[in-house]
Design a binder for this molecule. Structure first.
Ligand SMILES: C[S@@+](CC[C@H](N)C(=O)[O-])C[C@H]1O[C@@H](n2cnc3c(N)ncnc32)[C@H](O)[C@@H]1O
Length: 339
């Protein structure tokens, strides 16, 4: 069992170099079970924090996975790696929500590892490896995490086909410009087939894909667990791996069946981080009308101004604006009276 004391730095450095250089697209790169163990303890756990933020947002939005005819759900973690994403999702709804949880990866080492870890985590859930032969079956919950920049055109086509055979899609990726803009494209491609639940507050075409917005990308920041900064293992890991543990940029996409019922939620989402100036904050705002910069001033909307500075929640708001200024509104979900 891998521990912080026995971290295999050679493996971590090799994996990271592969992720960053783009060579991961060339084929399976997991060389041993120990590669997956060290990844699961470190990089995957950090990915888990992004999933925690997404799952928390789904709870805030009162999002539900609706069963069909009362039967339990079938979930698939596609490109599972060590399986962190699938485990976070099953854990969020509880293993009794699911009838079966499958994992899939083009690395058999990864598939075995993810299945074994899931069996330990969820002893009462049927957990197995998904095979291509099953690809005509409907998946209720398709889980995809950090795979987009490893897919050839052909494999992307297979994933697209799987998405069309799935009911819900929960997908998290890094918050880089390139990957996030690719995800925006997938979002718009699948818009005719699904209800877009998140990150958007609307189902109109993605405003960031409108001409003139090429420099922006739909990304958000997840909070790291508070204990991390005083945990000497994580601090050492961050320094050695050259990772800023405070900054967890991610992009994501949640799709649901068109026929399901959707709750009316926030009308706006702030993209990226607000910029804070003394009398106001400037935000990149996304709503059904498109994407534009807005100012939230301390004088007109003091509670919103303060909220933008302090909150660790997703930056969802129900507000109205006049030209470039927010004139009234509240964070979503609303906790106190309108400001
Ligand atoms: C960066 S890892 C992410 C793993 C995991 N989903 C996570 O979030 O930690 C990308 C994973 O995608 C898998 N992968 C890449 N290309 C694939 C393909 N053509 N078919 C299936 N899995 C693939 C890799 O083997 C690897 O496990």
């Amino acid at each position: 069992m891998m521990t912080w004391e026995s971290l295999d730095w050679e493996a971590l450095d090799r994996l990271r170099a592969g992720f960053l250089s783009g060579t991961a697209i060339e084929g399976p790169y997991w060389k041993s079970r120990s590669d997956l163990e060290v990844y699961d303890l470190t990089y995957a756990e950090r990915i888990g924090w992004k999933w925690d933020a997404v799952l928390r947002e789904l709870r805030l939005r009162d999002f539900k996975l609706e069963p069909v005819n009362g039967r339990k759900l079938r979930a698939l973690d596609w490109g599972c790696g060590s399986g962190v994403a699938g485990r976070r999702v099953i854990d969020a709804w509880g293993e009794s929500t699911f009838e079966r949880f499958s994992v899939f990866d083009h690395s058999s080492l990864a598939q075995d590892f993810a299945r074994d870890r899931a069996r330990i985590a969820f002893p009462h859930l049927k957990t197995d490896i998904w095979t291509e032969a099953e690809n005509s079956e409907v998946i209720d919950v398709l889980i995809v995490s950090h795979v987009l920049n490893e897919l050839s055109e052909r494999v992307a086509g297979l994933l697209r086909a799987q998405m069309l055979r799935s009911r819900y899609i929960l997908w998290v990726e890094p918050g880089t410009h390139g990957v996030s803009r690719q995800l925006q494209q997938w979002r718009d491609d699948f818009r005719p087939h699904f209800h877009v639940v998140a990150p958007c507050t609307h189902t109109a075409p993605c405003g960031l894909r409108a001409p003139g917005n090429e420099q922006h990308w739909c990304h958000h920041f997840a909070p790291a667990p508070s204990g991390v900064f005083s945990d000497r293992n994580w601090v050492k890991f961050g320094q050695r791996a050259g990772i800023d543990l405070r900054s967890l940029p991610y992009s994501f996409l949640v799709l649901a069946p068109l026929e399901g019922s959707m709750k009316q939620g926030a009308n706006s989402r702030v993209i990226g981080r607000p910029q804070h100036f003394k009398p106001y904050a400037r935000v990149l705002n996304c709503d059904a009308e498109g994407v534009c910069e807005l100012n939230v001033t301390k004088r007109t909307t003091p509670a919103l101004f303060k909220h933008l500075d302090k909150t660790r929640d997703p930056l969802l708001y129900t507000w109205s604006h006049d030209h470039q200024q927010v004139i009234q509104g509240h964070p979503y979900p609303e906790k106190s009276s309108s400001v």
